[in-house]
Write a protein that binds this ligand. Structure first.
Ligand SMILES: *[C@@H]1O[C@H](CO)[C@@H](O)[C@H](O)[C@H]1NC(C)=O
Ligand SMILES: *[C@@H]1O[C@H](CO)[C@@H](O)[C@H](O)[C@H]1NC(C)=O
Ligand SMILES: *[C@@H]1O[C@H](CO)[C@@H](O)[C@H](O)[C@H]1NC(C)=O
Ligand SMILES: *[C@@H]1O[C@H](CO)[C@@H](O)[C@H](O)[C@H]1NC(C)=O
Ligand SMILES: *[C@@H]1O[C@H](CO)[C@@H](O)[C@H](O)[C@H]1NC(C)=O
Ligand SMILES: *[C@@H]1O[C@H](CO)[C@@H](O)[C@H](O)[C@H]1NC(C)=O
Ligand SMILES: *[C@@H]1O[C@H](CO)[C@@H](O)[C@H](O)[C@H]1NC(C)=O
Ligand SMILES: *[C@@H]1O[C@H](CO)[C@@H](O)[C@H](O)[C@H]1NC(C)=O
Ligand SMILES: *[C@@H]1O[C@H](CO)[C@@H](O)[C@H](O)[C@H]1NC(C)=O
Ligand SMILES: *[C@@H]1O[C@H](CO)[C@@H](O)[C@H](O)[C@H]1NC(C)=O
Ligand SMILES: *[C@@H]1O[C@H](CO)[C@@H](O)[C@H](O)[C@H]1NC(C)=O
Ligand SMILES: *[C@@H]1O[C@H](CO)[C@@H](O)[C@H](O)[C@H]1NC(C)=O
Length: 630
């Protein structure tokens, strides 16, 4: 990041060149004020279920999914399962019984962004090798994809880029460039920090508070959002205009964020969310929360607009362009408060499941304290913001004055949002497990790096979602704590939860909630536990990451388990069978008994998670590292 104070001085100079907000979002980062449109439903209650827009979109998507899913199932050639009959019955249901499948990519910086993208790639029917291994086509069968923090990078990137293939998107990303080093010139791929500060200044002068989430969003935009100036004109709501969204050719993206409120505990001048933080959900259509203190949604396109009790405060001051994709992505991954506290407490204050403080095989913080101090000082000096306001992403509160909001939200002028992983639920499942979305299977990619000290994963993020779902009465699989996860090797091998409805929170056979496939990033052919804060990645490393995830998704192209890919298909159809009056086949029964958690706990104190390559067990990290210098 370099010396941001110097940078901020440069930004002062740049203020002179600041241009007034233009109605063209590609000219300035400042949101623009317009006359409010008539007939907008500013607030809708979460109790009505899905918004009409989303419900209609999902209907359209299901028809596309059914074609992709049938072909995928045919390639699996499952024993004694009549794919033709299955397809016919789903069609007969007017597509409503077509399984709703989702992928959720955890927080964990670039490590999760790239390993998760590798998983997505291994499910893509546009990749010949994935079709050959018979995992390809599941991506085309997904209705939802969700991300938070580092998992938000690919979620935002694929959806704002009209969903290219993983190999195409890497060329767009140019991951070898470090967007956070400020000695770069402005190019199509990166910007100096003074130019990014100038962007922020335009927003600030238009009357909006700015924060490091804007700054990081701008920087990461040059990597993950397509188009000029770090995707400057791209809003999250503009995804609705992309051809593959309109034609239902991509999954529906959801980003997850957490919030801070005044009762939250404070360390070193920064607050962190309580375990009961409200989890916000943002889609191209809507922003809001299903539960907690909000229970309502507002249109994403008009975020930034001041509302009071569900009406506009000033009918000539509606806001457009607040929801820049880069800002939403920066907000979902903005964890200044956590990074700062983590550094000053030497990693001891980490009350939630979260990524390891240590770098792979080394100790040391992932975000150096000196850089954080510079950033805090720069925001204090140039935007006059104190620590307790600059650390969080600021959103004019659309839920202000609503009687349905709890007082902690109703009385707030602005929401203060933080990295979704600060909820302790680092895998973005919350949006996907809301009953109105009706998920049947969620593939949970975990690279949250909470398995200390080597940055593998111990399942605590998933366990935390189980605790939260159980407390709120949402149907969700029962998940065992980390000791069982580690002792039963779920840190390295795929496992399904909730196959048997007796092992769900509500035990409701009519509304069982989804089966969850837990996939923890693990070393199959490469050590992919590099630090979440690794800001550059060579193409060579990217290729190893992709092959590693491919090997994980395909279980070494079947070498570790010949029947695995079919078992994955069994899990994808399982919940739908009862709805259309079909039975699990013997083969699927066998799969379920082999790959589903059976409800048995192993609470012995687990050892450290330090596996060697699953496909080459003799090759330890130190030896491998000699020939893999990244
Ligand atoms: C099927 O759904 C469509 C909307 O997607 C609706 O127009 C049609 O009437 C439905 N058909 C039946 C038989 O329910
Ligand atoms: C930035 O541009 C200047 C002038 O073109 C050039 O001399 C310098 O090497 C560039 N710096 C970097 C880091 O690319
Ligand atoms: C952003 O600008 C580019 C180039 O001017 C244009 O092609 C694209 O459609 C714009 N995107 C949005 C979301 O307005
Ligand atoms: C979609 O495109 C239309 C036509 O360009 C534009 O009027 C509308 O504002 C766009 N919608 C969003 C959400 O950006
Ligand atoms: C969170 O909410 C649960 C259920 O409402 C409550 O029992 C618990 O005390 C709360 N925890 C905190 C830390 O506020
Ligand atoms: C908020 O609006 C609702 C209906 O739109 C109304 O019933 C209620 O009285 C309003 N509350 C306040 C505090 O104005
Ligand atoms: C309403 O917004 C317009 C446009 O931004 C502004 O000119 C006007 O002063 C505002 N009115 C009030 C009462 O704040
Ligand atoms: C963190 O470690 C440093 C250096 O060892 C020490 O000076 C400091 O007191 C420690 N802080 C805390 C909160 O333990
Ligand atoms: C698992 O991760 C959590 C969250 O980081 C941590 O608190 C816990 O100590 C870890 N447990 C084990 C058994 O590794
Ligand atoms: C589910 O678990 C219950 C209780 O352990 C058992 O009786 C039942 O046979 C199981 N159902 C299936 C389909 O495996
Ligand atoms: C599996 O196939 C992929 C794609 O062809 C390849 O890159 C990988 O090395 C193979 N893995 C094994 C264990 O053979
Ligand atoms: C791994 O290799 C790199 C050089 O390629 C070296 O800097 C690093 O110290 C090595 N890591 C360990 C733990 O030996």
């Amino acid at each position: 990041m370099g010396n941001l104070l110097t940078t901020a001085f440069l930004a002062i100079v740049t203020f002179a060149h600041w241009v007034a907000p233009s109605p063209d979002l590609s000219k300035s980062y400042a949101p623009i004020y317009v006359d409010c449109p008539p007939n907008i439903n500013w607030i809708r209650s979460s109790s009505i279920g899905l918004s009409l827009d989303e419900a209609l979109w999902v209907q359209g998507r299901k028809q596309v999914v059914l074609d992709a899913f049938s072909s995928y199932l045919e390639r699996l050639t499952p024993d004694a399962f009549d794919v033709g009959e299955y397809t016919r019955r789903l069609k007969q249901s007017n597509y409503s019984d077509v399984p709703t499948l989702g992928l959720a990519i955890s927080g964990g910086g670039w490590a999760s962004a790239f390993t998760g993208t590798g998983a997505l790639r291994a499910l893509d029917s546009r990749l010949d090798a994935a079709v050959e291994q018979r995992t390809g086509g599941l991506l085309q069968s997904l209705t939802y994809i969700s991300g938070l923090s580092g998992g938000g990078f690919p979620t935002v990137s694929f959806s704002t880029s009209n969903f290219p293939t993983a190999d195409e998107i890497v060329d767009q990303w140019r991951p070898e460039i470090d967007r956070l080093s400020d000695d770069t010139n402005n190019t199509d791929y990166t910007a100096s920090s003074s130019s990014m500060f100038a962007d922020l200044t335009a927003k600030f002068k238009a009357g909006f508070q700015v924060s490091p989430s804007d700054y990081f969003g701008r920087a990461w935009g040059y990597e993950f959002v397509p188009g000029a100036r770090g995707g400057l004109n791209v809003t999250f709501s503009s995804i609705v205009n992309l051809s593959n969204f309109r034609d239902y050719q991509m999954p529906f993206p959801i980003l997850q964020l957490a919030d801070i409120n005044k009762n939250d505990v404070e360390y070193f001048g920064f607050q962190i969310p309580s375990v009961n933080t409200t989890i916000y959900d943002i889609t191209p259509f809507e922003f809001g929360a299903w539960s907690g203190s909000v229970n309502a949604f507002t249109p994403t396109e008009w975020l930034g607009t001041r509302l009071q009790n569900g009406s506009t405060v000033n009918a000539s001051a509606c806001v457009r362009g607040f929801d820049r994709a880069s800002y939403i992505m920066g907000s979902s991954a903005g964890a200044i408060n956590m990074w700062y506290i983590e550094n000053l407490s030497n990693g001891t204050l980490a009350p939630f499941a979260k990524r390891s403080y240590t770098k792979r095989q080394n100790s040391g913080s992932a975000v150096p304290q000196a850089e954080l101090e510079d950033l805090v000082t720069a925001f204090q000096e140039y935007f006059g913001e104190n620590k307790s306001s600059m650390a969080y992403a600021n959103y004019p509160n659309p839920f202000s004055g609503l009687s349905s909001s709890s007082s902690s939200v109703r009385d707030l002028a602005d929401l203060e949002l933080v990295d979704g992983s600060e909820s302790g639920q680092t895998i973005p499942l919350w949006g996907q497990i809301q009953p109105p979305r009706g998920l049947d299977l969620v593939i949970a990619w975990d690279s949250s790096q909470d398995g200390h000290p080597y940055n593998w994963n111990n399942g605590t993020s998933l366990y935390n979602t189980y605790l939260a779902a159980n407390a709120s009465g949402l149907p969700f699989p029962v998940i065992p704590p980390a000791s069982t996860m580690i002792n039963r090797n779920y840190s390295t091998r795929p496992v399904f939860f909730g196959c048997n409805t007796t092992l769900t929170t509500t035990q409701n056979t009519q509304m069982p909630g989804p089966i969850v496939l837990y996939l923890a990033n693990a070393p199959y052919s490469a050590y992919t536990n590099f630090s979440y804060g690794q800001t550059t990645t060579s193409r060579e490393q990217m290729s190893e990451i992709f092959v590693n995830s491919f090997n994980q998704i395909t279980q070494g192209n079947g070498t570790l388990d010949k029947e695995w890919t079919t078992c994955l298909g069994c899990a994808a159809i399982d919940r739908s069978l009862a709805r259309i009056g079909m039975q699990r086949t013997d083969q699927c029964e066998r799969c379920m008994s082999r790959h589903c958690w059976d409800g048995k706990y192993d609470n012995r104190k687990p050892g450290v998670i330090d596996p060697t390559l699953l496909l080459e067990p003799g090759l330890g990290f130190l030896e491998w590292n000699k020939t893999h210098p990244f």
